[in-house]
Design a protein around this ligand. Structure first.
Ligand SMILES: C[S@@+](CC[C@H](N)C(=O)[O-])C[C@H]1O[C@@H](n2cnc3c(N)ncnc32)[C@H](O)[C@@H]1O
Ligand code: SF4
Length: 345
């Protein structure tokens, strides 16, 4: 059996087991003792773009790239625990800037983890594409946002004054990657995404039409969520001290920032950290006191406690689209089917 198939089987079984445990937890409550289904690792928070919708504009952390040794510590801990979540290398930064990205992926693949990367593809040259194929990468998501050059350039804005646009070379990079993937029969799952905002929402049909003809495996059009303000800020929830929905993120998704910090929700601003992966290990943080308090506050819809910890659930919309307890069972089967198909493709 190939390494790719072994990773798929392990990841699907981890996902299904944790879905069953999670369903039990939603229905009956009790002690929370479920490992996260999905782990996001921020290999670097350096970036060569300044996209207006991205919370990187509000990031207060130092710019840092995770060392290969620290990445190895995370993977070794997961492997020792027999814990096989989906791993996505992304965060508030551009993974292809990390010089040890390929080495990191190759290490995780040695242990049959299912590994994805989310990238803006601006730096995806021939050499990098070949190295990524060689690493055994399972899935790649290209963030392209618009097929219209003018719109793309208003979203994907280069840092600094020298570079004016990445449009042409990025498009070429992505198309070339798709071609080699097909011709070599590499089997890397390719997804293309466009975050839906006022600026590009009228172009979704053209975007879908263009990429459908290019052989991508998935076209992803997520709504722009609001996490850190910057004109996207909306207070969606009631002001009476109670949240109107309970987000599932701190129950399902673990984020490890480039400095090892683990924020209590996917919020990569890192404002409220439950602990540090390199100091105490991931397991102790995930099941530790801080996560416990936050999960309790979320279940009890205690907005006050969350706000006092600078956790802005009431300003966040990331929980929409099946990420709230209240509508957990709505479309659950289809959602899970999609995740399993994505892992198995
Ligand atoms: C933060 S980026 C990091 C990886 C890489 N730099 C990139 O742009 O693909 C990860 C993903 O989040 C998306 N993203 C950024 N801001 C968002 C927002 N406000 N709502 C939803 N997705 C967002 C990006 O388009 C990208 O697909
Ligand atoms: S390229 Fe990615 S990380 Fe960088 S600003 Fe844009 S969305 Fe954020």
């Amino acid at each position: 059996m190939s390494r790719h198939s072994q990773a798929q089987i392990k990841t699907v079984s981890h996902f299904l087991e944790s879905e069953i445990d999670f369903t039990r937890f939603v229905l009956t409550g009790g002690e929370f003792c479920i490992f996260p289904q999905h782990v996001y690792i921020e290999s670097t928070n350096a970036c060569n773009l300044q996209c207006p919708m991205c919370s990187r504009g509000d990031m207060k952390r130092d710019v840092k790239t995770m060392t290969h040794e620290n990445f190895v510590r995370i993977i070794d801990e997961f492997y020792a625990l027999g814990f096989f979540p989906r791993i996505t290398i992304t965060g508030i930064g551009e993974p292809l800037i990390d010089p040890s990205l390929v080495e990191k992926i190759s290490y995780a693949k040695k242990f049959n983890f299912h590994v994805s990367v989310i990238t803006n593809a601006t730096l995806l040259d021939e050499k990098t594409s070949q190295a990524l194929f060689k690493s055994g990468l399972d899935r790649i998501q290209f963030s392209f946002d618009s097929i219209e050059k003018e719109t793309y350039d208003r979203i994907r804005i280069p840092v600094g004054v020298q570079k004016k646009s990445y449009y042409e070379e990025t498009l070429k990079n992505i198309l070339h990657f798709i071609d080699i993937n097909k011709s070599l029969g590499q089997g890397t799952f390719v997804s293309i995404s466009s975050v839906q905002m006022d600026i590009n929402k009228n172009e979704s049909e053209a975007f879908t039409k263009f990429w459908s003809g290019k052989g991508v495996d998935n076209i992803y059009l997520p709504h722009a969520y609001t996490r850190a303000g910057k004109g996207f800020e909306k207070d969606r929830m009631s002001d009476d001290g109670e949240l109107s929905a309970s987000c599932l993120l701190p129950f399902k998704i673990l984020v490890i920032l480039s400095n090892g910090d683990i924020p209590v929700c996917g919020s990569t601003s890192g404002d409220y950290c439950a602990g540090n992966a390199f100091d105490s290990g991931v397991k102790d943080v995930w099941f530790g006191e801080k996560f416990k308090q936050v999960r309790e506050a979320i279940i009890k819809k205690n907005k006050g406690l969350l706000v006092s910890h600078n956790i802005m659930c009431h300003k966040c919309t990331a929980w929409e689209g099946g990420l709230a307890f209240e509508n957990y069972f709505d479309g659950c089967k289809e959602r899970n089917q999609k995740i399993v198909e994505c892992i198995l493709t």
